[in-house]
Ligand binder design. Sequence first.
Ligand code: ZN
Length: 304
Amino acid sequence: MNFGRPAISIFILIFKRQYSFIFILLFLSAQLTLRSHAEESERKPLRLYAFECGMIQMGPFLALLSTKFSDLYNKDNMRKVPTTCFYIQHPKGSLLWGTGLDDRYIKLEGGKKFYGGLSIHIVKKTLQTKLKEIGVSPLNITYVAVSHLHQDHTGNLHIFKKSKILLQKEEVEAGFGPFPSFYFFEFDHFKNIKHQIQKLDGDHDVFGDGTVTIIKATGHTPGHQVLLVRLPNKGSIILGGDLYHLKENERKKISPFLITYNKKDLQKSFSKIERIQKKEKAFLWIQHELSHWEKALKPPLYYD
Ligand SMILES: [Zn+2]
């Protein structure tokens, strides 16, 4: 077959047109992608949701949170201590702070008993269900961070398989060292997430705009951390992890006597967070304090 010059020119013309067409398509799809990203950001302003992630009933065991055994021993027999988790929606992604008690405890009638029933962990609604109710899938969360690796904060770490997990390097070293139980860590909760961990070395601005910052506040455990969230309307909130367990600990600046890893460091962290709290005029949310949880906005309500 003879492709003469005219035929070749026509062929080149068609070829060029096809390419132009492809370029136009690529250009349009890029524009659409940019627009949809922009719309997504517009649709997702900074918000903070608070959840109860299981309730702990404590009897005399509560005394471990005090300096003097007699302070809290058997005062009102069983006391309710909530575990709280927080979901932060940010234009650039999302962060879950704390994963609470293990969702699987929901199947145990009367809850999971520890130390012969001195401490009972009760889950009535799973964290997965609570997230679903605000339209969030566990596989769609950018970051998960826990204040520390004690089991009442790590119960559901294993379900966030696509998230980066943000922990201080000292906490990771203790957790994956030879004796995680020495620190009261439950290795089973986090043994399969090592590849997802991003080790932090100090304070960390999560989204790079100063709105969500992890602050190292060690002492309770080797790499304990708290979270400062700067909200446009509500102002600044510090999610205190277990810096203090209860209001009483805060008031008396108490280092719990048995479960404090390093009392000196903990006292330094009390001062560090107090300084930030004053500077930011921040509300310090004591995550196990029942009165803080009772007054909290509950989903679908949120802080912004
Ligand atoms: Zn705790």
